[in-house]
Design a protein around this ligand. Structure first.
Ligand code: ZN
Length: 494
């Protein structure tokens, strides 16, 4: 077998993963070495087996290598090309359908195979493929490097000095469960705007020992800023982080997880099937599937035709992945799957964010009713989780259940608008907050708490820190300008 064939095979087997990892790095500023390496190895193994079988069939390793490269190139291009022509019609006939595009690509592949098999000398095609392969590997790396050269870095504060100076360590540190129920409405909003009385769930929580901050508000109207502020005990502006990349980075490399790490906590994060919020220092990233991590799911669905092929065979693949991840997180917490001591468990639950995952009801005309149905099911799951977590009477855990903002009401035009009514702001900024801080911690909580102060209270009470509480402020930003904040504290304070 010729060296150039091997080089081509290597170039073509790594370029889709390299391109994808570079894209993710640029878009989400996330790079998990083990995930990227795993993806690279799995993809290389599959391609190697494909090549080997083909070589046995056509009795030529060189030709098999060329055909494999052509197949990879075509398989990789198909989704990109489809996005380009999607829905395109000619004389009233929709020709921009996936199966038509796939058909055309299949014919091109077939012609390429015939061409490669018929030609007696392969040198020129091999050279062409080497040039293409090299360009495909190098280009994304160069572009991504440029992106990061011009990158303004955020200063991270891991809190190690604070931990050394003030924090009390010991054997019996409580487990901490931090459950973010994305877009869960505050109960008065549910009553007023959704005609739903949530008091049954609230009574259950109270009787289990929870404190409910009935006038809780969120600091920001979007997920990442709120979680970032909560996990770093501060406002984004105070950390010079009122921009997307900085807020993302702070959420992923937060002070809370760093400090808990120093205190010996295992950091366990449940997958929400989204790539934005993966902590850098997790010990366990828990998800349900063999292709489990979100990088692999995203790769298979966006880069390869795997999803479309399986869908054609009637096999749901990625469409129900968010639901599987959500149900797994709820059930796994409910059976106390992880039992490290102490552990910090973080779950970001996207069921109420919409599309509604547990019920699958998603009729825009019926948004509020569908929202309530999803909420009722979410509450039932949460009850099971809480019952299970509270069963350990000797070492009760800290449980924080909050929403990052109010309902994600995309049906309301104001959601996308820059011109937002006070009513809409109130619904968006009023968040659900319930806490179980065992052994007296509840007494430090107050009715109008915002996320930025939650871990200040927890660290003060359980680890002997002495953080002053910050003034509770609320900053709204619009869908289009998510990092252009407007102080709306007065509007939310009614
Ligand atoms: Zn959210």
């Amino acid at each position: 077998m010729k060296v150039i064939s091997i080089i081509n095979l290597i170039l073509f087997s790594i370029f889709p993963v390299v391109t994808f990892v570079c894209y993710i790095l640029k878009e989400y500023e996330i790079f998990v070495i083990s995930w990227s390496a795993g993806l690279l190895i799995k993809s290389a193994v599959i391609i190697f087996i494909f090549w080997l079988l083909l070589a046995l069939i056509i009795r030529s390793r060189d030709r098999a290598a060329l055909i494999t490269c052509a197949a990879i190139l075509l398989a990789y291009s198909i989704n990109h090309f489809y996005i380009f022509v999607k829905g395109f019609s000619l004389f009233g006939l929709v020709i921009g359908k996936y199966r038509y595009v796939a058909g055309v690509f299949f014919i091109i592949l077939l012609l390429s195979v015939i061409y490669i098999l018929k030609r007696s000398v392969l040198d020129n095609i091999n050279k062409l493929f080497r040039v293409i392969g090299t360009a495909l590997v190098i280009t994304p790396v160069v572009f991504t490097s440029f992106h990061f050269l011009n990158f303004e870095k955020v200063k991270l504060d891991g809190g190690s000095k604070e931990v050394q100076k003030t924090f009390v360590t010991g054997k019996n540190l409580p487990d901490i469960y931090c459950i973010i129920v994305d877009a869960c409405a505050r109960s008065d909003v549910l009553k007023q705007s959704y005609s739903f009385d949530n008091s049954q769930f609230l009574n259950y929580l109270r009787s289990s020992g929870f404190y409910i901050a009935e006038q809780s508000r969120t600091n920001y109207s979007w997920t990442i800023p709120t979680i970032s502020a909560m996990l770093n005990l501060n406002y984004l502006s105070s950390m010079n982080a009122d921009r997307r990349s900085a807020a993302l980075k702070l959420a992923r490399m937060s002070k809370v997880t760093s400090m808990l790490n120093l205190l010996g906590y295992k950091i366990i994060q449940y997958s929400d099937c989204d790539l934005r919020l993966v902590f850098d220092n997790i010990d366990i990233y828990a998800g349900p599937d063999w292709y489990g991590n979100p990088i692999e799911i995203r790769f298979l669905t966006s880069v390869t035709p795997v999803e479309a092929i399986l869908a054609g065979l009637g096999i749901g693949f990625s469409a129900d992945a968010p639901k599987r991840h959500l149900v797994y997180a709820l059930e796994s917490m409910g059976r106390k799957e992880f039992t490290y001591r102490p552990q910090f468990v973080f779950a970001h639950l996207l069921g109420l964010h919409g599309p509604f995952l547990l019920t699958g009801k998603n009729n825009p005309a019926n948004f509020k009713n569908d929202y309530v149905s999803e909420l009722v099911q979410t509450n039932e799951y949460l009850k099971r989780v809480i019952d299970s977590l509270m069963s350990d009477k000797l070492n009760p855990p800290i449980i924080v259940i909050i929403s990052d903002h109010g309902p994600h009401n995309v049906v309301d035009e104001l959601y996308f608008s820059n011109d937002t009514s006070d009513e809409f702001l109130f619904e968006r900024m009023s968040n659900f907050s319930a806490f179980y801080l065992p052994n007296g911690g509840n007494s430090l909580l107050y009715n109008t708490i915002t996320p930025v102060n939650i871990f200040r209270i927890i660290f003060n009470f359980y680890f002997g820190a002495n953080y002053e509480l910050l003034p509770d402020r609320c900053y709204y930003s619009t869908y289009k300008e998510r990092y252009l904040f407007r102080d709306v504290t007065d509007i939310t304070n009614r």
